[in-house]
Design a protein around this ligand. Structure first.
Ligand SMILES: NC(=O)c1ccc[n+]([C@@H]2O[C@H](COP(=O)([O-])OP(=O)(O)OC[C@H]3O[C@@H](n4cnc5c(N)ncnc54)[C@H](OP(=O)(O)O)[C@@H]3O)[C@@H](O)[C@H]2O)c1
Length: 224
């Protein structure tokens, strides 16, 4: 009997988007503690673009030719020792690679449930950007209502998540960007004070807009 296959977006060599091809690959089979997820969507972050250009190699043990670091979908098979997930569960998560495929196999402890209020496809946009922002501001810094946070590169992927979470927390949100359009979009997402970045003047602007007090938390997302 022919081996079951799936379609995957495969990168033959690093380069521009044109290096990507859809090819058939063996459909992965979950091990005893793994689940297989039928992928609904794969998130696209700066890290994906760096990986496609060959500037962010896949970690050992991960297929280097199938990109994709973030997925959402529905569990369609579970290993014999898996107790916490069942076929049909809506899940999301991060992987070292392989997300641009019809199926991924993941350890059962590395899978997250998609909240009821979130569409399955939208779940693929949560783990990388929103959990990174939440980890930085909430877990690491304990940002609280009434505090002030400064987000550098507020128009970045993680920044656009951070501004929404900080705004929902009840914090006053200041953000920098070199790009006026990104500041406009961040303002739509909850940014209170848009500060043109890229030079040294932002520090003076921050002091001026906080009456000389400064901020409680800084999240620096300049990168790429
Ligand atoms: N788990 C983690 O720890 C984790 C996960 C994800 C990302 N990250 C890190 O978080 C950062 C943001 O990631 P991302 O995926 O959201 O990136 P992104 O969408 O590519 O955004 C990066 C931003 O950096 C700004 N930037 C780049 N060069 C700059 C320069 N020379 N001066 C000032 N601003 C500059 C750009 O903003 P403007 O054009 O508006 O200036 C750009 O929008 C990166 O450093 C990334 O490595 C960490």
């Amino acid at each position: 009997m022919a081996e079951p296959t799936m379609r995957a977006v495969v990168m033959a060599e690093p380069g521009p988007p044109e290096v990507l091809r859809i090819e058939a690959r063996p459909r992965p089979i979950p091990g005893p503690h793994e689940v297989r997820v039928r992928v609904a969507a794969s998130g696209l972050n700066r890290a994906d673009l760096l990986q496609r250009r060959g500037r962010y190699p896949a970690p050992p043990g991960v297929p280097a030719d199938i990109l994709g670091l973030e997925y959402s979908g529905v569990v369609d098979a579970v290993g014999e020792r898996v107790g916490q997930w069942s076929p049909g569960d809506r899940v999301m998560g991060l992987v070292g690679g392989g997300g641009y495929a019809e199926a991924v196999v993941v350890h059962e402890d590395e899978v997250l449930p998609i909240p009821d209020v979130v569409e399955t496809v939208d779940g693929a946009a949560l783990p990388e950007a929103f959990l990174t922002a939440w980890d930085a501001m909430d877990l690491q810094m304990g940002l609280a209502a009434g505090e002030t946070v400064l987000i550098h590169a507020v128009g970045s992927g993680v920044g656009t998540a951070a501004v929404q979470l900080a705004s929902l927390t009840g914090a006053r949100v200041l953000g920098t960007s070199r790009t006026p359009e990104k500041l406009r979009r961040a303002t739509d997402l909850g940014l209170d004070e848009a500060i043109p970045g890229g030079g040294a003047a932002w520090a003076e602007v921050v002091m001026e807009r906080t009456g000389g007090r400064g901020v409680d938390v800084i999240v620096d997302l300049v990168g790429g």
